[in-house]
Design a protein around this ligand. Structure first.
Ligand code: NAP
Length: 163
C-alpha cells in the first residue's frame, strides 16, 4: 500500500474553499504543493477538478472521482469510488489526496500523513477540512512564514504523522 498523504490549505476555522474556489492566493503555498506532488499520483473529487484553472495538473497522474457515468476528462483517469482510485495506484510509493472537502473526509481514515498549510486568517468558507484528532495525529514539523508583499497573510507548513 502506498503512503497516503492529504495535502490542504486551511484557515483558522479549517475552512478550505468558498463557492468552488480556494480562499486566497499564496504563491509560496502553490510552489510547496507543486514541489510535494510533482511526479506522484494526485486524487481529487470532480468539483476540485472543475476548479483547476488549466485542467489536469502537469507531471502528475491525475485521478478524478465522480459518480457520473461515462464522464471522460482529458489527461485524467476518472473512477467512480475512492477504492477504485486507490486500486489504480496501489504500487505507488506516495499518493496525494488533493481535495476537496468530501474526498478529504472520506480518505482521512486511510491517510498516514497530512501536509497542512495553516493560513493565519478567517475567511468566508462553505467547505471545511475534517477535524484532526490529536490522539491519532502528532505534529512532526512546523515551518512558519510571515506575510510579505506577495503574501497578504502569514501561514505555516505543518506536517502531521499518524501516531
Ligand atoms: N484549500 C485546499 O487545499 C483545497 C483543495 C481542494 C479543493 N478545495 C476546495 O474545495 C471545494 C470543493 O470541495 P467539495 O467537497 O465541494 O467537492 P470535491 O470533494 O472536490 O468533489 C465532490 C465530487 O466528487 C465526487 N465524489 C465524491 N465522493 C464520491 C464517491 N464516494 N464516489 C464517487 N464520486 C464521489 C462527486 O462528483 P460528481 O458530482 O461528478 O458525481 C462529488 O460531487 C472547492 O471550493 C475547492 O476550491 C480546497
Amino acid at each position: 500500500m502506498p503512503n497516503l498523504i492529504l495535502i490542504v490549505a486551511m484557515d483558522e476555522m479549517q475552512g478550505i474553499g468558498n463557492k468552488g474556489q480556494l480562499l486566497c492566493y499564496l504563491p509560496n503555498d502553490l510552489k510547496h504543493f507543486k514541489q510535494l506532488t510533482t511526479g506522484h499520483t494526485v486524487i481529487m473529487g470532480r468539483k476540485t477538478y472543475d476548479s483547476l484553472p488549466n485542467g489536469a495538473l502537469p507531471n502528475r497522474r491525475n485521478i478524478v472521482i465522480s459518480r457520473q457515468k461515462d464522464l471522460r476528462i482529458a489527461k485524467c483517469d476518472v473512477v467512480d469510488s475512492l477504492d477504485s482510485a486507490f486500486a489504480l495506484c496501489s504500487s505507488d510509493e506516495e499518493v496525494f489526496v488533493i481535495g476537496g472537502a468530501s474526498i478529504y473526509s472520506q480518505s482521512l481514515a486511510h491517510a498516514n500523513r497530512l501536509e497542512l498549510t495553516k493560513i493565519d486568517g478567517r475567511f468566508e468558507s462553505d467547505v471545511f477540512f475534517p477535524s484532526i484528532d490529536k490522539q491519532i495525529w502528532r505534529c512532526e514539523k512546523e515551518e512558519k512564514h510571515s506575510a510579505d508583499d506577495k503574501h497578504k497573510y502569514s501561514y505555516s507548513f505543518v506536517t502531521y504523522l499518524r501516531k
